[in-house]
Ligand binder design. Structure first.
Ligand code: SF4
Length: 462
């Protein structure tokens, strides 16, 4: 395998043998010793080297912990190119030039104020992290439980954002933490074990929901340990958690058995055994291998933490998002559940296609700026927020984009991605949720997925 090194002198490629086969934490430790603490590092763990389709590209954060380019199997792409890691040394680099610095500063101040003034980005996320959503979704009956058979989890309090926060504080961890130096929201956190030792960070709702409610595990410490192991192996925690729900349904392990889940992660996936490779291929892979029919995937990507029968807007996003089921590409939970940007009743079909379409267009544009998705909450509610972001872009480049230009950019991104999919052989038949969502009502609302194919296909009319 090889490594890539990026500096102001250019890019060099070197053969790598010492770190091949190592987990991400060992790679980061060794590279910091070899190249210095300041070196930027992107790496793949065993999952990427073995080209498992749930593999991540892992990134060192400012505290030498791991953040993940998750979903979509990018780690397998890097593994297929035989690149174990990429290092970045920015010493002596020219930095980013701002065309109009004063204008940029003024816009940045307005933007930052909006982020801090909004109750979700200024208060909910920094206090409880994304895991604030466990109790909210449980209350709404949209928390997929036991491989998507129920919408509420009896053990929700034990894994909630409130419990997470109190546990972190009691054990001397950090309830509020940024995944990069410039973040002012700081939704991340550092979670310690019972003895006050580091266990994991960037401990997200999706991971906690997936291993928690969807696999019926109500032990936050075991979920945190699994999160740490997944960081080390370099495997996606949404795909892997949903996969475990399907594996439990297949009888590979019982629902709620966290010790066996941890063993499978370490001894099978981490070591790339034949079973580990099936599990490391994600929910669809296990469903196919074991003949399971309740497999929550779209375009072979696991459906995340919101049941589309009881939160219907997100179902349209899962069906149509170009990378497969992806909540982040059009987060209707904001408007369906959190009353951000108005309210669209989650249990009714009215307005959901338009909601998902508008959010996917806006998200494609905002994603293109490199901004974190959580700026969307103030952007939807605080009138000065989005114009300030556009002002920053204009001041950075010395251009004059309008709001319409940004909307058109979002549309263009979505259409380009769809064109790519069509040329790769995807059709509108792939913009569908699995059949069981239509035939199995989910408690407590006894809701089913009731959109016709024609109604879903309306999404692309823009
Ligand atoms: S950039 Fe976004 S994901 Fe990272 S800590 Fe800040 S709010 Fe959280």
């Amino acid at each position: 395998m090889y490594s890539l090194h990026v500096s102001k002198e250019g890019v060099t490629v070197q053969e790598e043998s010492e770190l091949v086969g190592k987990g991400n934490f060992a790679v980061i430790e060794a590279l910091e010793a070899r190249l210095g603490k300041k070196t930027g590092i992107l790496t793949i763990g065993p999952a990427g080297e073995l080209k498992m389709t749930a593999a991540n590209i892992s990134v060192k954060d400012p505290d030498s912990k791991i953040r993940s380019h998750g979903r979509g199997g990018l780690g397998a792409v890097m593994g297929s190119k035989k690149i174990k890691f990429i290092t970045i040394n920015d010493e002596g680099a020219p930095g980013v030039k701002i065309a109009e610095p004063e204008k940029f500063k003024t816009a940045a101040r307005t933007f930052a104020k909006a982020l801090l003034d909004h109750p979700v980005s200024g208060e909910g996320l920094p206090t409880y992290g994304t895991n604030v959503l466990v109790n909210i979704l449980n209350e709404a009956g949209g928390l997929p439980t036991k491989n998507f058979t129920i919408g509420q989890f009896d053990g929700h309090d034990k894994i909630s954002g409130e419990t997470l926060h109190d546990t972190i504080v009691a054990r001397g961890g950090k309830p509020k933490h940024g995944c990069h130096a410039g973040c002012i929201i700081q939704c991340s956190q550092v979670y310690h074990d019972k003895d006050g030792k580091y266990l994991t960070s960037g401990f997200e709702y999706e991971t906690i929901w997936g291993l928690g409610a969807d696999c019926c595990i109500d032990n936050l410490d075991d979920i945190a340990l699994a999160d740490n192991i997944m960081d080390d192996i370099g495997i996606d925690s949404i795909e892997t958690a949903v996969m475990f729900g399907v594996a439990m349904e297949a009888g590979i392990l019982p629902f709620g058995d966290s010790k066996e889940m941890l063993r499978l992660l370490t001894d099978e996936i981490g070591k790339g055994t034949p079973l580990g490779r099936i599990l490391g291929g994600g929910a669809g892979s296990v469903g196919r291998a074991y003949g399971v029919t309740r497999v929550p995937v779209v375009k072979n990507q696991a459906i995340p933490a919101y049941d589309p029968r009881s939160v219907k807007g997100i179902g349209i996003t899962y069906a149509t998002s170009t990378m497969g089921a992806d909540h982040t590409s059009g987060y209707t939970i904001a408007t369906n559940i959190l009353n951000v940007g108005g309210f669209v009743d989650p249990l009714k079909k009215d307005g959901q296609v338009e909601l998902s379409r508008n959010l996917q267009i806006a998200t494609a544009a905002v994603d293109s700026t490199g901004m974190c998705i959580f700026v969307a909450f103030p952007a939807l509610d605080i009138p000065e927020c989005l114009p300030a972001l556009i002002d920053m872009i204009n001041a950075r480049f010395g251009i004059s984009l309008t709001g319409d230009d940004v909307t058109n950019l979002g549309k263009q991104v979505l259409k380009t991605e769809r064109k790519f999919n069509i040329e790769a052989g995807f059709t509108k038949e792939h913009d569908r949720l699995p059949e069981f969502f239509k035939s199995e009502p989910v408690a407590p609302h006894n809701a089913v997925w009731d959109f016709s194919d024609e109604e879903i296909d309306e999404f692309w009319n823009f």
